[in-house]
Design a protein around this ligand. Structure first.
Ligand code: SF4
Ligand code: SF4
Length: 434
């Protein structure tokens, strides 16, 4: 409005009227029970002549809370129980709350970027320290509600480290990271986070918010750890003692000063299984990942040719990599998803590489509709599948003669692909058969 009026900027200041706040039953109730602060952080005050708006919000919120909680004295633990119930009904396994001061994480982020470990993910650097400053990303934010959602597909009977290692030895098959075998988690998480916000608003009245799930410059793992969703493992993923690491994270930035939840302690101990198992030695030190070496980065984020030094190690992984998760002892406790959204699609659950090479672009778009895989596009998909086919051809003992012939025949048409990256990859892969 200020800009439209020709002003360069506008600022708002306010002054609390202690009497009004003390009269706010909502705040009193919360204080009484849990010692938490639960106040609207940026009410527009009387200086702007808008005091009545703020008071209206307080009254509405109090009225809705009273109604929702059957007229009993409103307290933080009752509200928290309501939120947990709503979260569980929406398929989340856990919710937490953390503040917005991530200053301690900033030097680590800066060092990681300075080392170039983010590779070509320029978006990681382009937002600078906004990533570590939620209140700069969404002005007015004072708390971040974090959620996690288990994703192991419910429709795959045998799912364990043993079956995962076995799949990696079946060279004629493609292995897609487990999280990507079902529906795009961005869509699922976003929709459910919005429903969680709506459930909160039904109790508290309208409040400032924004939903994130791996969709903006947000330090998701850092926020999750601070809010008690787990600890950061040496593989850099968030781990829970009773749920391992096969879960998605999401965030709801809010302008409500909710009470905080407590972090948990680190339980990696002397273990280094994830570091030892990594096929490309991407975990260069405990808690430090060089994304440029990571198969998830190379097969999903990286657009150019996959460096030759990593090709053999990628094996038959065609989209992402789960090795450092399967190797982690805590993933014995990983949970299946309660949602059918993450059920594995048959075409993405250990497909034959020769079948995947038969997908033209239209088929690719049809088969990956609603899937996260669609984001990488057909050319990068064919690049990945061709690489896995080349690795299979390099190990004749793992293929029957018919499988070998099928792979060579399936690769040949892509030699004339308009994308030079695909052409080069297919040429390399066919050379492995020689
Ligand atoms: S995802 Fe795979 S390549 Fe990346 S760090 Fe884990 S084991 Fe290594
Ligand atoms: S494999 Fe071991 S070191 Fe790695 S994240 Fe799991 S517990 Fe931690």
């Amino acid at each position: 409005m200020a800009n439209e009026g020709g002003f360069a900027s506008a600022q708002i200041t306010y002054q609390f009227d202690v009497g009004v706040l003390q009269g706010c039953l909502l705040r009193q109730g919360l204080r009484k029970s849990a010692g938490g602060r639960f106040v609207r952080p940026q009410p527009v005050g009387r200086a702007m002549g808008l005091g009545s708006s703020y008071n209206r919000w307080v009254n509405t919120a109090h009225q809705s809370l009273s109604n929702a909680l059957s007229g009993s004295p409103v307290d933080a633990s009752a509200l928290w129980a309501e939120l947990q119930k709503a979260a569980q009904e929406l398929g989340f396994s856990q919710i937490g709350v953390t503040g917005v001061n991530l200053a301690e994480a900033e030097p680590g982020l800066e060092a990681w970027l300075a080392a170039g470990f983010h590779g070509s993910m320029n978006y990681m650097a382009s937002h600078g320290l906004k990533r570590a400053r939620p209140a700069e990303l969404v002005p007015g934010t004072v708390r971040v509600i974090t959620v996690r959602m288990d994703y192991l597909p419910g429709n795959v009977k045998s799912l364990s480290a043993e079956t995962a290692w076995h799949s990696l030895e079946r060279a004629q098959l493609g292995v897609v990271s487990v999280y990507a075998r079902g529906r795009d988690y961005h869509k699922v998480m976003r929709g459910r986070l919005q429903k969680l916000q709506a459930r909160m608003a039904a109790i508290l009245g309208p409040f400032g918010h924004r939903v994130f799930t791996d969709s903006a410059p947000v330090m998701e793992a850092e926020l999750a750890v601070r809010s008690g969703q787990g600890w950061r493992g040496k593989n850099t993923l968030v781990l829970q003692r009773d749920a391992g690491s096969f879960f998605f994270l999401g965030e709801l930035f809010v302008d409500l000063a909710l009470p905080l939840t407590e972090p948990v302690s680190d339980h990696c101990g002397s273990c280094r299984a994830c570091m030892d198992v990594c096929p490309t030695q991407a975990i260069v030190a405990p808690y430090q990942l060089d994304a440029r070496r990571c198969i998830s980065y190379l097969t999903i984020e990286h657009a150019g040719p996959i460096p030759v030094e990593f090709r053999a190690a990628i094996g038959n992984r065609i989209y992402g990599c789960d090795d450092c998760q399967w190797a982690c002892p805590w993933n014995k406790f990983a949970k299946r998803s309660v949602l059918p959204d993450f059920d594995a699609r048959p075409a993405l659950n250990e497909p034959e590489l020769a079948d995947l090479l038969a997908w033209d672009e239209l088929t690719f778009l049809r088969m990956t509709e609603g899937s996260a895989i669609r984001r990488i596009g057909h050319a990068r998909w064919i690049r990945n599948v061709a690489l896995a086919a080349g690795n299979a051809l390099a190990k004749p003992s793992l293929l029957s003669a018919a499988q070998r012939q099928a792979l060579v025949q399936a690769l040949q048409p892509w030699l004339v692909h308009p994308d030079l990256v695909v052409q080069e990859q297919v040429t390399w892969s066919l050379q492995q058969a020689a």
